[in-house]
Design a binder for this molecule. Structure first.
Ligand code: EAX
Length: 325
């Protein structure tokens, strides 16, 4: 009798193995510059979960955090080479690949988060995503880095005057560098991967980033003063190598786009959450925060660059974004 039970169990086990077709799974690598506990980390974890669910397990995203596979510029280059499959990045280094995107990096272009999100999710932003295709990159969605604020280790910054002479790390972004020079800052462009050490060693006095990044990168450990300048909105992007995008079926392309949309929802929700609590938390970590800033004074100091940006991008294009409702 026991022999019969064993043979029956073995027969059921074999039948099960044969009955369930093995699902061929493709693993895609995705790299981000920020820690897992960040607005990009929640985005790519959501993306990974949604891609696997929406493709029935045929695609799996393997996430790498804290620039484990390189910084933002290297990641974008790797997408073009096909050595990396996906990344989430700020627009920092993007103008080196798609120059037209730099219009979004103009200081004081967007009024608030709602307007920035509406522009990027609307026709202006969606048309811009198409400009990545000739560069070997499929831009799946606009994400968000946030409004950038200035920090430094030397002195409180209340007016543009206070910025003069400060050596500030900037992103490798030509629009930011031109604008910060006009404020009297000595700009030192470098990848985000080098920022913490440069601040710790005093190679630079300060930097500028959204509150969410200042928190997730623990920059309060190496910066004393924070000023809520909100001087520029920093978009982010979910990008995919076209070498991996093009072969996808139409249904899988829709699945990846839907997963990117869900990822951006999580990304923006985390930024909204961080914006509410970061000032109190950064003060608790010992930062001195200048909350109320005369933004008009900073905009006045930037006036010469606005004229130049108007020539660069077309004033009508800038006004279309600025006045978007
Ligand atoms: O994308 O380089 C930067 O300051 C960016 O804000 C950061 O890498 C997040």
């Amino acid at each position: 009798m026991r022999r019969f039970r064993f043979l029956r169990a073995a027969a059921v086990a074999c039948a099960t193995l044969i009955a369930v077709p093995a699902v061929a799974q493709t693993t895609l690598k995705m790299n981000i510059p920020l820690a897992r506990d960040s607005s990009y980390g929640v985005a790519v974890d959501t993306f990974a979960r949604e891609v696997e669910a929406r493709t029935g397990g045929r695609y799996r995203i393997q996430n790498f955090y804290s620039a484990a596979l390189g910084g933002e510029r290297e990641s974008i280059e790797a997408l073009q080479l096909g050595t990396l499959d996906l990344t989430m990045t700020s627009t920092g280094p993007v103008p080196n690949f798609v120059p037209e995107v730099a219009i979004f990096d103009i200081p004081f272009l967007f009024r608030d988060y709602a307007q920035a999100r509406a522009v990027l999710d609307g026709p202006i932003g969606q048309d811009m995503l198409k400009k990545f295709e000739p560069k070997g990159i499929e831009a799946l969605a606009w994400g968000e880095n946030g409004f950038r604020n200035m920090t430094n280790s030397k002195r409180p910054v209340r007016t543009p005057e206070d910025l003069k002479g400060l050596k500030m790390r900037t992103m490798e972004n030509p629009i930011h560098i031109e604008a910060y020079r006009a404020l009297g800052i000595l700009p030192t462009p470098m990848a985000f991967t080098e920022v913490f050490t440069a601040l710790q060693q005093g190679t630079v006095d300060g930097q500028e980033n959204p509150l969410s990044v200042i928190m997730s990168a623990k920059l309060y450990e190496v910066q004393k003063y924070l000023t809520l300048t909100g001087h520029v909105y920093s978009p982010a992007l979910i990008l995919m190598s076209k070498a991996k995008w093009d072969p996808l079926s139409a249904a899988d392309k829709q699945a990846f786009l839907a997963a990117a949309k869900d990822a951006v929802k999580a990304n923006r929700a985390r930024i909204d959450e961080d914006e509410k609590k970061a000032v109190a938390e950064l003060r608790a970590h010992g930062m001195q925060v200048v909350e109320h800033v005369d933004k008009a004074a900073f905009q006045a100091a930037l006036a010469p660059t606005f004229a130049d940006f108007g020539k660069k991008f077309g004033q009508a294009n800038i006004d279309r974004i600025r006045n978007y409702r």
